[in-house]
Design a protein around this ligand. Structure first.
Ligand SMILES: Nc1ccn([C@@H]2O[C@H](COP(=O)(O)OP(=O)(O)OP(=O)(O)O)[C@@H](O)[C@H]2O)c(=O)n1
Ligand SMILES: C[C@](O)(CO)[C@H](O)COP(=O)(O)O
Length: 228
């Protein structure tokens, strides 16, 4: 029997300014369901016993009902208010983590996450303490310095995704640090706390919906994958 507790902190407390829609992107319909509902379903499909913690904008907590009613079955989710930045939203979500186990922190704006990736992150985090999904870079890269630019070796670069996955003993103390503008994700917070982080293979399809163009790509990908 697997008794390790699992917690998914789905951060959806942002305003979605780059999407430019009146309704924040995490609530927009994507293939018939709100963007955020797709992630919740992926985590439940990965682990039936997972505790879902949903972080929403403080003034939009009532939208939780919209998300929960889009799920195939009722679940006992914990709903938490977001903060000023993604870091503060994660911090609020972590306060709802009750006990020791494995914590996934996932962007509510990454609806294409798969149970396969979630399980891969889980298995590695159990062994190494963390699993940060990363994918290789397919394009040439240059570093910009004012008007100048110079090439960088893309073999040394990775694109970082979520769910960033940790043992509670690794992530909980790290998020008690004061906020720094250098914290772009959980990996940077844990490293600033002095702990090593470990990458794991991500998935190219696990895109972050940031602009309207991303919504079109996500919709097309989901439709194509559903046909297979
Ligand atoms: N204060 C914040 C800011 C962001 N997020 C969440 O963090 C994820 C990644 O952030 P991003 O894509 O930048 O979302 P927004 O901040 O909403 O977008 P924008 O920067 O365009 O306003 C999203 O699921 C977003 O809802 C959050 O929970 N709390
Ligand atoms: C956490 C993240 O998705 C990893 O790529 C990314 O850093 C979020 O960036 P954003 O500017 O807050 O969307």
């Amino acid at each position: 029997m697997n008794e390790i507790k699992k917690f998914a902190v789905l951060v959806a407390g942002g305003k979605g300014m780059r999407m430019g829609s009146a309704l924040p992107k995490q609530f927009l319909p994507l293939n018939g369901k709100p963007v955020l509902a797709h992630s919740v379903i992926a985590f439940i499909n990965a682990f039936a016993d997972i505790q879902i913690i949903i972080v929403l904008p403080a003034d939009q907590l009532s939208y939780a009902q919209m998300i929960l009613s889009a799920l195939p079955d009722p679940i006992d989710a914990i709903i938490v208010s977001g903060g000023e930045t993604r870091f503060h939203s994660v911090q609020n979500g972590l306060k709802a983590v009750d006990g020791e186990g494995i914590v996934f922190v996932h962007d509510g704006a990454r609806p294409m996450v798969t149970p396969k990736l979630i399980k891969r992150c889980y298995e590695q985090a159990l062994i190494k303490g963390s699993a940060i999904p990363a994918i290789p870079v397919a394009d040439s890269m240059r570093i910009i310095d004012g008007e100048d630019s110079s090439p960088v070796n893309r073999d040394h670069m990775r694109i970082i995704q979520t769910p960033q996955t940790f043992k509670t003993e690794v992530i909980t103390p790290a998020f008690q640090q004061p906020y720094s503008a250098d914290f772009t994700d959980e990996a940077t917070v844990v490293e600033a706390w002095g702990k090593e982080i470990y990458l794991v293979d991500g998935e190219k399809g696990n895109l972050k919906v940031t602009t309207q163009e991303d919504m079109i790509i996500a919709e097309a990908l989901m439709t194509a994958l559903a046909k297979d």
